[in-house]
Design a protein around this ligand. Structure first.
Ligand code: ADP
Length: 196
């Protein structure tokens, strides 16, 4: 830490967690564009919200309209995108919030960076669907654009998606429905004592 910076004390994390009736934590959904990260995170958020739990979603696409709006898709910019998102998620989790991050996070080194920042609060959720499946879904029309050569550094096409080696959870969205995938996430939260 810089010697000229003196962070202030905040209320203890535990006090926030007691207030909210949950444990702060970060679920980091990674996978190809169109694999289902945002769809599943939204389904999980809805169930938790209905049960009175407090979540914040940090979605890669949304963050690129504001906080990360000055970043592109080079490796350096993706790394900074992940660093900022992880640091924001850390602040939220340390205030008792369940944070649902949805970012492609295509490289092991990027996920290691997020895990290093978030430490025990971090759970890596691999939302798995192959390129052909995501291309057929193409919810944002990005695969069609990429095939025309109109998207730079498109993951799975121009740059690799490195499969997670040891994620906390794998959701195979070629086999699971959205509801079943969300149920698995909720079971994980229950088993870890994060939220009922
Ligand atoms: P990502 O956030 O990974 O880029 P999105 O959630 O935006 O992906 O889009 C995934 C698309 O795939 C949506 O149109 C969704 O309806 C569809 N889809 C089909 N089956 C599934 C599934 N089992 N889980 C998640 N999404 C699915």
């Amino acid at each position: 830490m810089r010697i000229d910076i003196h962070p202030h004390e905040t209320l203890p994390r535990h006090a926030k967690e007691v207030l909210l009736g949950q444990k702060g934590s970060v679920l980091w959904f990674c996978g190809l564009s169109g694999s289902g990260k945002s769809t599943i995170a939204a389904a999980v958020e809805q169930v938790l919200h209905d049960k009175g739990r407090f979540c914040v979603r940090l979605d890669g696409d949304n963050l690129r309209t504001g906080l990360n709006g000055n970043l592109g898709f080079s490796d350096d910019d993706r790394l900074e995108n992940i660093r900022r998102t992880a640091e924001l998620a850390k602040i939220l989790a340390s205030n008792g919030v369940i944070v649902l991050c949805s970012l492609i996070t295509p490289r092991g080194a990027f996920r290691d960076l997020a895990r290093g920042i978030l430490e025990n609060d971090f759970a890596e959720i691999y939302v798995k669907a192959d390129y052909a499946t995501c291309e057929a879904r193409d919810p944002k029309g990005l695969y069609a654009k990429a095939n025309e050569g109109n998207v730079k550094n498109f993951t799975g096409r121009d740059s690799a998606f490195e499969e997670p080696q040891d994620p906390e959870l794998v959701l195979d969205t070629e086999a699971l429905s959205v509801d079943d995938a969300a149920f698995e996430v909720l079971e994980y939260l229950r088993s870890e004592g994060i939220a009922l």
